[in-house]
Design a protein around this ligand. Structure first.
Ligand code: FAD
Length: 350
């Protein structure tokens, strides 16, 4: 199960730039896998502004963040690039040099237990891995995956349970409503105040569920965890908005506090950084480490602008540079998709 996946290149990040990077590498016939920590592709466009419109993409006068992600996936589909979601790349190491030029040069590991061995790495990590914001009560970590869940869990698990949803986000409000309509025994929505960052129709729905008693609203901040003798999480200790302490009994805690990007591991791989961005040259967007490239919002160079169109350009040149490095004896020529039968075959249009 843990056998390393061997491939030419790994792209870290399935944001718009990472997806287009995989497409460009595919056109160069470089074998590629894409890895992202989020459970869906599209990076910031899908995570931060799925419904907002982007108006400055070439030839797309208006396109929502979510639509851009879908269009990039659709463009990539004929190249059959594996996209591994829900996997944060946590380690990257250079393998000992081997006389065989075809042998892998890098090993990557994810927190989900995947290992990749490859000859080129492209970091398209944007502002970092989007990880769920944690409840600021460190003891709760002990119950993660047992009674505390930051990600979706199958509905069967909450049947008959006393569930506390925490947060003022849209995800928190939607989840509380779903649970209230399902078969949870009790649904409590815990938030530090009564202001939710949600649109009016959802707020109305939430207020009427609270009014009807399907959702109990608890205003306050968790400050501690109370456990049973046999080690189960029994209740949260809450400091209420009006300065009281109370115990909020529960079977499940589902915090939905939003996502926060963390460059995390990438900052620890010894690559040259400038203000938390990876320094690259602008012919092939290579970092300070040969064979490791960086494209999109994560990189910096003179004149850098964090725009999707700039990331697409960087990805195109990085793909040429990687193909050339992997096939040093070949001259990597420019081919047009309009006229090249090789490219059209790859794309399945002829
Ligand atoms: P991202 O979109 O940030 O994607 C990076 C991905 O890498 C993420 O999915 C992350 O989970 C993943 N990742 C990071 N670290 C790891 C790791 N260690 N392991 C696994 N996965 C990892 N740009 C425009 O050009 N036009 C616009 O109109 C526009 N509007 C915007 C509006 C808003 C509200 C915002 C926030 C941005 C906007 N942008 C716009 C900017 C644009 O979204 C970014 O430039 C673009 O998303 C950068 O793409 P990327 O692929 O480099 O990075």
């Amino acid at each position: 199960d843990n056998a390393p996946l061997r491939t030419d290149a790994v792209v870290i990040g399935a944001g718009p730039v990472g997806l287009f990077q995989a497409f460009q590498l595919g056109l160069q016939e470089v074998g590629v896998h894409v890895v992202d920590g989020l459970p869906y592709a599209g990076g910031q466009c899908a995570a931060l502004y799925p419904d907002k419109y982007i108006y400055d993409l070439p030839a797309l006068p208006g396109c929502s963040g979510e639509e851009l992600a879908q269009r990039l996936l659709q463009q990539l589909a004929p190249l059959r690039v594996p996209v591994h979601l829900g996997q944060v790349v946590s380690a990257l190491e250079r393998l000992p040099a081997d006389a065989d030029a075809r042998s892998p040069r890098f090993r990557l590991q994810t927190d989900g237990g995947l290992t990749f061995e490859c000859r080129a790495v492209v970091i398209a990590a944007g502002v970092g891995a989007f990880l769920p914001r944690k409840v600021p009560v460190p003891e709760l970590q002990a119950w993660e995956g047992r009674q505390v869940y930051y990600h979706d869990l199958p509905p069967a698990q909450w049947v008959g349970q006393r569930v506390v949803v925490m947060g003022g986000t849209e995800a928190a409000a939607r989840l509380a409503l779903t649970l209230a309509q399902g078969n949870a025994a009790h649904v409590t929505l815990l938030h530090r105040n009564d202001r939710f960052v949600i649109d009016a129709p959802l707020d109305e729905e939430l207020q009427s569920a609270i009014g009807a008693g399907w959702i109990r609203l608890c205003l306050g901040q968790p400050v501690g965890a109370i456990a049973t003798d046999d080690g189960r999480l029994e209740a949260l200790e809450i400091a209420t908005a009006d300065d009281r302490r109370l115990a909020l009994p529960l079977d499940l805690l589902l915090p939905r506090l939003g996502l926060s990007p963390r460059l995390g591991p990438i900052a620890e791989w010894g690559l040259a950084l400038e203000r938390k961005h990876l320094v690259v040259e602008t012919a092939g967007y290579q970092t300070s480490e040969p064979g490791i490239h960086a494209v999109g919002d994560v990189n910096t160079y003179p004149g850098k602008r964090k725009l999707i169109v700039c990331g697409f350009h960087e990805a195109t040149l990085a793909a040429f540079a990687i193909a050339q490095a992997l096939r040093p004896d070949e001259r990597i020529a420019l081919e047009y998709t309009t006229t090249s039968t090789r490219l059209q075959r790859l794309l399945g249009v002829v």
